[in-house]
Write a protein that binds this ligand. Structure first.
Ligand SMILES: C[S@@+](CC[C@H](N)C(=O)[O-])C[C@H]1O[C@@H](n2cnc3c(N)ncnc32)[C@H](O)[C@@H]1O
Length: 196
């Protein structure tokens, strides 16, 4: 699959308003996981959170939220939103390929972050996700399905995802739920992966 010729300038995209991945509200997968109690309060990491509303919703639901993103506009948006509520949240401006948390998390919520990364970076990213999560806890991830070469977002071929999140290291559900359509046209496969 083709890699981008240049690294993506996410900050420029926020400044230019070129953010087609942003949904108008909370992700339906998030609402489902929260309503069914699969996503249980604890210390949760949202990598590449951008300006998404889920970190605030998590904080309001009683989670201890940590957000990490490298784009200043994303950090400013999350900080402003989370500072308005008097809840525990940490907003970190960092490149998550060099950042390490002090201790692993009870849950990770990845929404269009993994799919934003060039496929060549995914083995490193998947290893980090495993390291950042406590054994026995869960990764809530949306695997973008574009069916096309190139990106972002990059197509997350499910066979490739099984290689990256290998059984033995990760527990997959026996049956995957239906994917969610995204307003822009691709679909997103929700998966809850148990960290072995
Ligand atoms: C496609 S956006 C998704 C944003 C958000 N999750 C959402 O659903 O709206 C990808 C985000 O990942 C962030 N990102 C990409 N690579 C990163 C890296 N190496 N370290 C930290 N953040 C990164 C970008 O700044 C951007 O905010």
């Amino acid at each position: 699959m083709a890699e981008p010729a240049d690294p993506v300038d996410w900050e420029a995209k926020y400044r230019e308003g070129a953010t087609p991945w942003e949904r108008p509200g909370l992700h339906p997968a998030f609402l489902d996981w929260r309503a069914r109690g699969v996503l249980r309060p604890g210390r949760v990491l949202v990598p590449g959170a951008g300006r998404s509303p889920e970190p605030l919703a998590l904080a309001e639901a009683g989670f201890e939220v940590t957000v990490v993103d490298s784009a200043p506009s994303a950090i400013a948006a999350q900080t402003a939103r989370l500072e308005r509520v008097n809840l525990w949240a940490q907003v970190v401006k960092a490149d998550f390929f060099t950042w390490e948390p002090g201790q692993p998390f009870d849950a990770i919520y990845d929404q269009t972050c993994l799919s934003a990364l060039p496929p060549g970076l995914l083995p490193d990213y998947a290893a980090r996700l495993r390291r950042w999560l406590r054994p026995g806890e869960k990764l809530f991830v949306l695997f973008v399905q574009t069916g096309q070469d190139g990106g972002p977002p990059f197509h997350c071929d499910l066979s490739r995802m099984h290689e990256l999140f290998a059984p033995g290291e990760w527990e997959w559900p026996p049956v995957l739920p239906d994917p969610y359509p995204h307003p822009v046209g691709f679909t997103e496969q929700p998966v809850v992966l148990g960290r072995v």
